[in-house]
Ligand binder design. Structure first.
Ligand SMILES: [Fe+2]
Length: 282
């Protein structure tokens, strides 16, 4: 009998209890967790306080780890583990410049973007710094049949930083920049496990829509972004020390918040899991 307890969030995601991620899990538990992940897209594990090797092992329940793109923010002894630290962030007019401060899906310009990303909270400020998620499967489901038919045929070019990006990305060295792909991605993707369709959006990296004028393409992207980021699709995670959260980049978008006291310390480990080339939904 399963020891997993699953509390499903009202809108999106599920909180999992009854699993100790400091230890390896059985094949049965692994299969159950993967099924829950495909269905709920965001899994929250409280009170885990994992060391970097334990965190890697826990994330590997769901797939294979992939390299972090920004090498200056990795742990020296564990280069597959990145870190989000207040101490690494620049400030502008006293406000922290936090990476990921608009809804996005990670590395969408990769030919095979990471299927999942996970964070593990080591230090958390007393207020703020939540991570928000929106369910782009439900956002797609709620479109009209005419809209769905139109969008299924469309693709968008994803680049390192869109000419109309709402945020700035990390500046890369010319060598790293040369390795960054530009990729045409479907506007509607199909999840390889659940088979559910989802909108695939990233306003920071989308450079219009194939076959449309720039203004027409960016207007459509903006309209879909406004639709998909409504509160009715949102789960907002308030971090506690020891939380491990993993999310499916093909089913949700996520965003960071820079609303905490810049003098307080916020530190999380981060890993990504290798994904496959995205499938369009036909
Ligand atoms: Fe992100």
């Amino acid at each position: 009998m399963s020891i997993i307890q699953c509390k499903i969030n009202e809108i999106l995601g599920a909180e999992i209890a009854g699993v100790d991620l400091t230890k390896s899990v059985s094949d049965v538990t692994r299969a159950e967790l993967n099924a829950l992940f495909a269905e709920h897209a965001v899994l929250v594990f409280r009170d885990q306080s994992l060391t970097p090797p334990q965190f890697m092992q826990a994330a590997e329940i769901f797939g294979s780890l992939m390299e972090q793109q920004i090498k200056k923010f990795v742990l020296p002894d564990y280069p597959l583990v990145g870190c989000n630290s207040t101490k690494d962030l620049p400030r502008k007019n006293g406000k922290l410049q936090v990476r990921g401060e608009n809804y996005h899906t990670d590395h969408s310009n990769d030919i095979a973007p990471p299927k999942a990303t996970s964070l593990m909270a080591v230090e958390i400020p007393t207020y703020g710094g939540d991570t928000q998620f929106v369910d782009v499967r439900r956002a797609y489901d709620d479109l009209s049949e005419t809209q769905k038919t139109t969008l299924q045929r469309l693709r968008s070019k994803h680049v390192h930083e869109s000419s109309r990006s709402p945020r700035s990305f990390a500046k890369l060295s010319p060598e790293d920049m040369a390795k960054i792909p530009h990729t045409l991605q479907p506007l509607v993707i199909q999840h390889p496990i659940s088979n559910r369709p989802a909108l695939y959006l990233n306003t920071g990296r989308m450079e219009g829509i194939e076959g449309m004028s720039p203004n027409e393409g960016f207007a459509l992207i903006d309209e879909l972004y406004q639709h998909a980021t409504q509160p009715r699709y949102e789960y907002r995670h308030q971090w506690r020390v020891g939380d491990m959260v993993i999310w499916d980049n093909r089913s949700v978008m996520h965003q960071a918040n820079a609303d905490y006291d810049p003098e307080e310390y916020r530190y999380l480990y981060r890993v990504m899991l290798q994904g496959d080339k995205l499938q369009s939904f036909d």
